[in-house]
Design a binder for this molecule. Structure first.
Ligand SMILES: Cc1cc2nc3c(=O)[nH]c(=O)nc-3n(C[C@H](O)[C@H](O)[C@H](O)COP(=O)(O)OP(=O)(O)OC[C@H]3O[C@@H](n4cnc5c(N)ncnc54)[C@H](O)[C@@H]3O)c2cc1C
Length: 330
């Protein structure tokens, strides 16, 4: 498949990139590693006239220890994240999630920023133009139907990036910069829950993700990330579960966050499951019950080749694994 024609810019400064984005408006897309975007261009899922590469902007590539937090530039590749001693020591679940993405070759160019900004996916949408043209356009493609849930009046494509659930469980905030200034928001509020325009940038905010900041609270915190995919490697998560627990010496859970990916148009926080854990002593029985509750909080559609029932079954398995690891049971 050939790429469409576009004009390519490589600004050396962030301000220059923001000016270009403002000037060319909705005809323009930012590119980082290109591992998602190039496929989308070839499949004509996006047709920008202008591409702005962030690769030459050095200020977006640092990993910095700020004492009570770690700051990560969005242009850091997943390989750099995996190799960072700081991340290995302070944010092991993030390192694991990065390691679970795609293949070594892909991770050497794919960035954390691109992973956060990943578009939602669906088996009826992520196809060639030729394949898609045999059916009525779905909501995601600007049409008026959802092929995976005919009675639904909105797009149900799934968000299936590996790093955001872990980042949300750590309480990460992101910085978005545009012509009107900079804003900081908790990562979870970046996602809209609307499969058609799943994040602030895809909604058309004309901003650039410039920093990810992850707090490092004091206390006995443990985190984990488990993923299930259909192929053994080089595959998106069918479901991924990030768990972060604060546990005291008697194994009582003081705080809990459980975030799932792959099961809806945005990362899903299993709030009821977290409430069930709060103040309780961790045990194998409690973990099974909590995994069951978390599954009742999700509603996956048939956006991949598996049935929603199987999807939920695997979510329960992955969730229990993640809880067991974070709780020190293996
Ligand atoms: C074969 C294959 C397997 C894959 N497997 C996985 C997997 O297992 N898990 C997974 O999570 N992903 C997977 N991916 C998706 C993708 O490779 C990764 O999510 C990757 O991290 C995307 O980063 P990138 O730098 O290549 O993004 P790009 O393709 O450059 O960009 C992706 C999107 O983010 C936007 N963007 C990027 N950076 C910024 C920024 N700083 N500011 C504003 N917008 C920005 C772009 O405009 C674009 O919309 C896979 C892709 C392929 C092709």
């Amino acid at each position: 498949m050939r790429l469409p024609e576009f004009e390519y810019f490589e600004p050396a400064y962030l301000d220059e990139a923001i000016d270009l984005l403002e000037k060319h408006g909705n005809n323009c897309t930012v590119i980082a590693g290109g591992t998602e975007l190039v496929v989308a261009l070839k499949q004509r899922l996006q047709n920008p006239k202008y591409l702005i590469s962030l690769d030459k902007v050095p200020s977006l590539k640092n990993i910095t220890d700020k004492g009570d937090s770690i700051s990560i530039g969005p242009l850091c590749t997943l390989e750099e994240i995996i190799k960072s001693k700081l991340i290995e020591e302070k944010l092991p679940a993030l390192r694991k999630a990065a390691w679970e993405v795609g293949s070594p070759l892909l991770r050497s160019v794919a960035t954390i920023g691109g992973n956060i900004c990943l578009n939602t996916r669906c088996r009826f949408y992520n196809q060639s133009l030729f394949w898609r043209s045999s059916r009525e356009a779905c909501f995601k493609a600007g049409g008026g139907v959802c092929h995976v849930a005919k009675k639904e009046s909105r797009c149900n494509s799934a968000f299936a990036a590996d790093l955001p659930p872990v980042l949300i469980s750590y309480g990460a905030k992101i910085k978005l910069r545009g012509a009107k200034g900079t804003r900081v928001l908790p990562l979870e509020s970046f996602y809209t829950g609307d499969g058609r325009f799943p994040n602030e940038l895809l909604k058309g905010s004309r901003e650039i993700l410039t920093e990810i900041e992850i707090p490092l609270p004091q206390g006995n915190y443990a985190g984990s990330y488990h993923k299930f995919r259909l192929r053994g490697s080089i595959d998106f998560p069918l479901v991924g579960a990030a768990v972060r627990l604060k546990i005291n010496e008697e194994k009582f859970c003081e705080e809990a966050r459980i975030i799932l990916t792959g099961v809806g148009p945005a990362p899903v926080e299993a709030g009821e499951a977290c409430a069930q854990l709060a103040g309780q002593k961790l045990s194998a029985d409690l973990i099974s019950a909590v995994a069951e509750t978390a599954v009742s909080e999700i509603r996956p559609f048939k956006t991949t080749l598996v049935s929603p029932r199987y999807h939920q079954k695997m979510a329960r398995v992955v969730m229990a694994e993640a809880l067991r690891e974070a709780g020190g049971f293996k």
